[in-house]
Write a new protein. Sequence first.
Length: 286
Amino acid sequence: MARTNFDQLLQAGCHFGHLTRKWNPAMAPYIYTERNGIHIIDLHKTAAEIDKAAEALKQIAKSGKKILFVATKKQTKEVIAEKATSINMPYVIERWPGGMLTNFPTIRKAVKKMANIDKLMTDGTFGNLSKRELLQITRQRAKLEKNLGSIADLTRLPSALFVVDVMKENIAVREANRLGIPVFGIVDTNSDPKNIDFVIPANDDAKDSVEVILNACCEAIVEGLEERKAEKADEKAADAQAEAEAEEAKPKRTRRPRKDEAPAEEAPAAVAEEAAPAEEEAPAAE
């Protein structure tokens, strides 16, 4: 199933590349032509690559893993934040904190520090601090929230990175490559696609271009999450049915007679034996 089509991509301006003098020759396979000194991206290839990337993202989401969205460009920040939040995925829209992936435990400590400050706010400890200390802690909390608030729920390394403008986010790409984390990237004609696992050739500067690609990818992620939920529900129902069948298959326990208690079947015979002598004694009495 095609996630996008040529007309949608054309209307969003996904075909506009950079100036021909700023191009990267490695992007030649994705360039259709040149017009007025600007490279034009082949949108048929863009649509095909979007479908391929969307299917891979769907499988990652279906397995219950996290995808980290990265875009620190001013014009794409809002789009990334909105889309990632809607599918409950972590994102980075401020400066990329160096070592975020390669030194992940340190980043987690900073996130925990933010949680500790929140705890101080609720347990009344702030009331014992001076105004200066209170101001310092509040500023520190605001800084941590700005840089790390969007990844507070990321308790382990992400299983994939989705990057807008791989040239600008080259540090994030290098860290992901070093750890073997697959990278999905919107790659413009001035960027090098060799370190990107899933290349989506498109205009990475225009908000509309980024948004139409994100819509297609996020829809696929939502499908993956829904399929995971449905599979879990089916597994739960199957387990419940298996337990019920096992319970029915168990042999029913019967009450065993005690040692001093005559078996139920032998009781009539014992009664008969006791009654027999009484009948024989009757004639002797006469």
